[in-house]
Design a protein around this ligand. Structure first.
Ligand code: FES
Length: 106
């Protein structure tokens, strides 16, 4: 099991323990984490699963594919650590990961 922390824009912390293998978005939806909508269900077409990776975690994931990068470009609140959580598959070395959700999605 690995521990993941989701932090909302208003400071609410939601900590979960999961088996690696699912995406960060799938975990959030299953655990009813506020702030991740995931309208397209992981199809990389809605950008309503936007998260900010905490310091030091950006390099723990592969670079975004072109499809993800082009969706991120259209978000208002995009930052250098922005990712679409449906594209982030959790591995054992992601234990302790912390991500923040933006104030709004889409
Ligand atoms: S769930 Fe739609 S882009 Fe991630």
């Amino acid at each position: 099991m690995i521990k993941i922390t989701y932090l909302s824009s208003d400071g609410v912390e939601h900590q979960v323990e999961v088996e690696p293998g699912m995406s960060l978005m799938e975990v959030a939806v299953l655990q009813e984490v506020d702030g991740i909508v995931a309208e397209c269900g992981g199809g990389c077409s809605c950008a309503t699963c936007h998260v900010y990776l905490d310091d030091g975690w950006k390099e723990a994931f592969d670079e975004p594919a072109e499809e993800e990068s082009s969706l991120l470009e259209f978000l208002d609140e995009v930052k250098p650590t922005s990712r679409l959580s449906c594209q982030l598959l959790l591995r054992p070395d992601h234990d302790g990961l912390c991500v923040r959700t933006p104030a709004t999605q889409g």
